[in-house]
Every structure is written in structure tokens, then in C-alpha cells.
Design a protein around this ligand. Structure first.
Ligand code: ZN
Ligand code: ZN
Length: 194
């Protein structure tokens, strides 16, 4: 680290260090908040903060089978995000990079709705359930294949790239899930530019 803008690797290291510390104390879990993790490498709140990257690293280490999301910020990324990680960490990071898409014909992207977890993490009462976006969930587990090339797509206008159906948070009284995947982009956050 050079004291410049924090990089993804800085967050990965800070999180790993935190895990090792908690493991030494023989805890069976550790609750980590995004702003606390960010504070460990400095600069939050500051002009160069990288909260989105910080949350991304937290999601990548999140294993739905053993961990639990305690707080989910409205936009999916934010200082208030908190995850309870089970300890010790034993190869908890799922390897999603093994399935290569056929070149040019289609490409694989991370599901925006579920942040690549393959679970319905948006709804705190349904975190263990598969992601409801069509083709994600049990089948693709956090990934989507889209036809064509990624350059042909741009951020979905309806959900502003969040993958979440706009207005689906308003129905809080409703029984069941509050958040739903965006119907225009199927939770991918991308629509074809034409
Ligand atoms: Zn998904
Ligand atoms: Zn959308």
C-alpha cells in the first residue's frame, strides 16, 4: 500500500488479516461492517474512498452456506453493509471463474441482483433461497450468460444497473419478498444497446 487510493488487493488483505486475528482468538464467527473494514486501510470517509470495492470484496468472501448477511444497504453497496463470517475460513471463496463462455457468441457476467452469490441476498428473510432472477439461482449460481458481446450492452435504464425492480421496496407490508429482480434486465443490470 502506498497511501494512494486503496486497491481491491488492499481490501482483500485487510479482510484476510481480520479473519486471521479473529481465528487466533478462537471465535466461531466475526461480524464485519464495510465501514470498519474500509477504516482499516484508511481514507474513509475521505476523498478517495472506495466503498463499492470494499463491499465487492466482502461479497466475494461471502459463502451463503455458512455466512450470514446482517445488514444489506438499499443499493447493495454501502458503509452499513455487515456480514457475519463463520470461522475458521476454509477455502470459503467459491471459484466462479472456471466456466468460460464461448468467445463472441455469449459472455458471462455476475448477477447484479444477487451480487454473484446465487442466493436471494436482497431479502434478509430469504438469504438461503436461490436467486429469483431467471437462469441464476440454482442453475448458474450467481452468473448470467448473455448473448453477443459485453460491448453491445449498457446499464439497464429501468433499474439504473442495480438489477432490482424499481419500487419493489415500497411494498414493505406485503408478506414475502420485498425485493425482486428487474424485469427488463432479469437482474443482470444490463440491457442491449440498440
Ligand atoms: Zn442472481
Ligand atoms: Zn434492470
Amino acid at each position: 500500500m502506498t497511501g494512494d487510493i486503496p486497491e481491491k488487493a488492499d481490501f482483500e488483505k485487510a479482510l484476510a488479516d481480520w479473519f486471521r486475528e479473529a481465528e487466533k482468538e478462537e471465535n466461531i464467527f466475526v461480524d464485519i461492517r464495510a465501514d470498519d473494514l474500509h477504516a482499516r486501510i484508511g481514507d474513509y470517509p475521505g476523498p478517495f474512498h472506495r466503498m463499492a470495492t470494499c463491499c465487492e470484496v466482502m461479497y466475494e468472501n461471502y459463502n451463503p452456506a455458512v455466512d450470514k448477511i446482517l445488514q444489506f444497504p438499499p443499493k447493495g453497496k454501502g458503509a452499513s453493509m455487515e456480514i457475519r463470517y463463520a470461522l475458521p475460513r476454509v477455502n470459503a471463496v467459491p471459484d466462479t471463474g472456471t466456466t468460460l463462455a464461448t468467445p463472441a457468441k455469449s459472455f458471462t457476467i455476475k448477477c447484479e441482483y444477487c451480487h454473484g452469490t446465487g442466493r436471494d441476498v436482497r431479502n434478509l428473510n430469504a438469504q438461503q433461497k436461490p436467486c429469483p432472477a431467471f437462469g441464476c439461482g440454482a442453475v448458474k449460481s450467481g452468473l448470467h450468460s448473455l448473448p453477443g458481446k459485453q460491448e453491445d450492452y449498457s446499464s439497464c435504464k429501468k433499474c439504473k444497473g442495480s438489477g432490482v425492480k424499481p419500487g419493489s421496496t415500497a411494498k414493505k407490508q406485503q408478506v414475502g419478498n420485498i425485493y425482486l429482480p428487474c424485469p427488463d434486465c432479469n437482474g443482470t443490470g444490463l440491457t442491449k444497446t440498440e
